[in-house]
Design a protein around this ligand. Structure first.
Ligand SMILES: Nc1nc2c(ncn2[C@@H]2O[C@H](COP(=O)(O)OP(=O)(O)O)[C@@H](O)[C@H]2O)c(=O)[nH]1
Ligand SMILES: [Mg+2]
Length: 297
């Protein structure tokens, strides 16, 4: 299945919720207060968020005001443009050697994403080592081992309950001595309390900085699209511990709340780099604003 088809399929539920309704109000061809009110309601139903929805509407209004002869088709085009502009087009690019830390709360899809990312990088001809730094959850290491095997990459793993920073230390040392391009760091999503978790992430961050100073860094947060607006609060918490560079939005395939991508970019100004659209190894896609907008309206 091609990239475009995958994103379209992944966004099917969001499109079912809003695409057809949008079509209906645009088709009427009357752009009055009722139209904008209904538009706002539709956007909110896909978790676009209040502020973002208002901003979208203001921008659309302005374009419609300037183009007095705008018909349904033009209006629809303007909406697409506004959405694309909000999303921006910052691509995920790395300079190797690179260390990518993957953080996020429990169950959002961190470990799965690491497996999928490893697969993407291997296909690009890069060498990868995975650091199994979620030592808290039983079986987390085994789950990661399965992914490493699938992707065909090395994994550094210590026993359950051991110090995650030590795992990272070993993975980074190994990457340096072998000249490995990318270190992927899986982390725990839950500890005894939130403070511990954040302290642990900071410690991992320091170890990477100290042990591999020449490597470039990316800190990714994984968010579950089905949580909708709550995702924004999660970014805020993690961003305080480690500087978050970008977002991986998973489970887009299981939700009609796909509009949350817009809210995240609008409110936090942190780019969405990847989207997860399934549980398979090939179900992680580079985020592309244009296909995303095509996918929802
Ligand atoms: N449908 C769907 N399921 C996903 C996606 N990403 C992860 N999952 C599932 O979410 C569950 C939790 O994933 P896991 O990687 O263990 O989360 P972690 O606790 O953050 O490491 C697993 O059942 C995954 O198969 C996705 O993009 N789509
Ligand atoms: Mg995990």
């Amino acid at each position: 299945m091609g990239f475009f088809q995958k994103i379209i399929d992944g966004l099917k539920k969001t499109k079912e919720r809003i695409g057809f309704k949008l079509n209906e109000i645009f088709k009427r061809g009357i752009f009055d207060e009722d139209f904008y009110e209904e538009l706002e309601f539709i956007l909110l139903s896909a978790d676009v968020g209040e502020e973002t929805a208002e901003d979208i509407i203001d921008q659309l209004r302005e374009r419609m005001r300037q183009d007095r002869v705008a018909d349904a088709k033009r209006a629809n085009q303007y909406l697409r443009e506004v959405l694309c502009e909000i999303l921006g087009d910052e691509k995920f690019e790395i300079q190797t050697p690179c260390v990518i830390t993957v953080a996020g709360v429990n169950g959002v899809g961190k470990t799965t994403t690491i497996g999928k990312l490893a697969n993407i990088f291997v296909k690009q001809g890069k060498s990868v080592v995975i650091a199994a730094a979620d030592t808290f959850r039983a079986a987390a290491g085994e789950q990661l081992e399965v992914w490493a095997k699938r992707a065909g990459v090395r994994i550094i793993k210590h026993e359950e309950g051991s110090d995650p920073a030590a795992v990272v230390f070993d993975a980074v040392s190994s990457a340096k001595s072998k000249g490995t391009d990318i270190v992927l760091v899986d982390t725990a999503g839950r500890l005894h309390n939130k403070k511990n978790l954040m302290e642990e992430l900071k410690k991992i961050d320091r170890v990477i900085e100290r042990e591999h100073p020449t490597a470039t860094r990316k800190n990714l947060i994984v968010l579950d699209a089905t949580t909708g607006q709550n995702a924004i609060a999660q970014v805020e918490v993690f961003d305080e511990a480690i500087d978050i560079d970008g977002i991986v939005l998973t489970k887009l395939d299981g939700t009609a709340k796909g509009g949350v991508v817009l809210a995240i970019k609008h409110d936090m100004d942190i780019p969405v780099y990847f989207v997860g659209v399934g549980e398979g190894i090939d179900d992680l896609l580079y985020f592309d604003p244009q296909s995303y907008v095509e996918g929802i309206i």
